[in-house]
Design a protein around this ligand. Structure first.
Ligand code: GDP
Ligand code: IMO
Ligand code: MG
Length: 424
């Protein structure tokens, strides 16, 4: 299978990085295709915990070429901090490739992110304030600065200065603190110089790799329901994490992709605002947050938590053409006497069989639950399908029946080895 896409099937933080780490064993290229340093991707290897924001999660393997493709928005201070941190821990990033077509994030994007959130008052999106939305907005407005521009430092400096001066007018108008233009230009010339050896034509690189029969793994950040088009707009991110975005964001064609893995937790979480039908605000919700350690990898924010929602997952199967699912954090449900799974929604008293197209409608649905007995034992040491208690098997069988695609990998702990294969 030359090209595999990994995509979040919920609202992010599903444990994508852990599954990407597992799949990286059989892939040569691991490619980020959208998003930026709003992502927080965790891989746990024994006592070591790696929290990655921009560098693809396959970087921990020597045989992997990590690629930041054209669809990503790149924050250079974060990228270099990440490279330095990884290299200080013995992980080489020398082979990293960054697409000349990727757009750069600048301090004015962060300023605009903060201003936009402040202007929303009580109706904040709860963005990561990393400047992601404004950077993609500049890309769409055709005023963005791309990675490829760093090959000519003088021209790059001129572009940065012009953009900084123009953005300062808008920032001041909105009552924000203007950017120190000279400081930004000087800092970014140094960043640009450092970026030069990593800059690559990643579209040609990836197509050559395909022609040579290499395996490519496309690493989604964020998730299906944070997708700019298909998520709960406006409570979404500003890119297309869905599998179609993997093609636009990498330059591989739709017919190059043959395996599309959706990642879901055994329950649901969301960080930031927006509708969440199966959200639990009671003791069960607290338990999910406590046992699942549901705090943001990057921002430390507490995540909202609720039961698994199969209406969402069915929609994720359709939107992404999922060929299989990896279900993580099944161990987090160990202590529950009863486990619930949302199998449908009721809207205005009647059951509906589809995922509503508008966030306002989604905010009004009531979940319909199937209730299953818990397994009352720790799954942490389970490594084989046959070792799973009957109640946990029943849970996985229900999920597969609900979503119509096989659950292949099941996570039972944070470590890279804490998993079992459920379906062949
Ligand atoms: P990502 O953004 O989708 O890569 O996920 P995050 O790294 O933000 O959050 C997932 C969290 O769950 C991380 O702390 C992982 O170490 C952890 N994790 C992943 N899989 C499992 C699992 O099967 N069980 C448990 N208990 N933790 C897991
Ligand atoms: P990973 O890749 C969870 C959420 C933010 C906010 C919304 C918009 O680790 O799964 P943005 O800064 O992107 O404009 O914020 O999207 N969000 C995430 N939630 N996991 C992520 O990434 C996220 N990236 C953004 O909390 O609600
Ligand atoms: Mg995350």
């Amino acid at each position: 299978m030359p090209v595999t896409v990994v995509v979040g099937a919920q609202w992010g933080d599903e444990g994508k990085a852990k599954i990407i780490d597992l799949l990286s064993k059989e892939h040569t290229y691991v490619v980020r295709y959208q998003g930026g340093h709003n992502a927080g991707h965790t891989v746990v290897v024994g006592d070591e915990r790696y929290a990655l924001q921009l560098v693809p999660s396959g970087v921990l393997y020597d045989h992997v070429v990590p690629v930041i493709a054209n669809g990503v928005v790149v924050d250079l201070p974060t990228l270099f901090h990440e490279i330095d941190t990884l290299e200080s821990r013995g992980i080489s990033c020398a082979g990293l490739k960054v697409s000349s077509l990727a757009h750069l994030i600048f301090p004015w994007h962060q300023a605009h992110d903060a201003i936009a959130e402040a202007m929303r008052g009580d109706d904040k999106i709860g963005t990561t304030l990393k400047g992601i939305g404004p950077a993609y907005a500049d890309k769409a407005r055709r005023v963005g600065i791309r990675v490829g521009e760093v090959v000519d430092l003088d021209a790059f400096a001129t572009s940065v200065r012009a953009r900084a001066l123009a953005e300062n007018l808008l920032i001041e108008q909105a009552g924000g603190e203007p950017i120190d233009v000279d400081e930004v230009v000087d800092t970014f010339i140094e960043h640009a110089r450092r970026l030069q050896p990593y800059v690559a034509d990643t579209v040609t690189l990836l197509h050559r790799a395909l022609a040579e029969g290499r395996e490519i793994l496309l690493e989604g950040a964020q998730a299906t329901f944070l997708d700019l088009d298909h998520g709960t707009y406006p409570y979404v991110t500003s890119s297309n994490p869905t599998a179609g975005g993997a093609c636009a964001g990498s330059g591989l064609g739709p017919r190059d992709v043959d395996r599309i893995v959706g990642i879901t937790k055994a329950y649901t979480t969301r960080v930031g605002a927006g509708p969440f039908p199966s959200e639990l605000t009671d003791g069960d919700g607290e338990t999910l947050v406590d046992v699942g350690r549901e705090y943001g990898t990057v921002t430390g924010r507490r995540r909202r938590a609720g039961w698994l929602d199969c209406v969402m997952l069915r929609q994720a199967v359709r939107l992404n053409s999922l060929t299989e699912v990896a279900l993580t954090k099944l161990d987090v449900l160990d202590g529950f006497d009863t486990v619930k799974v949302c199998t449908g929604y009721r809207l205005d008293g009647a059951e509906i069989d589809h995922y509503p197209d508008r966030a306002e409608v989604l905010a009004r649905v009531e979940p319909v639950y199937a209730e299953l007995p818990g397994w009352g034992t720790s799954l942490a040491a389970t490594r084989e399908r046959g070792e799973l208690p009957g109640e946990a098997r029943a849970f996985l069988e229900l999920v597969e029946a609900q979503i119509g695609v096989p659950v292949r990998v099941v996570g039972v702990g944070a470590d890279r080895d804490d998993y079992l294969l459920w379906s062949a």
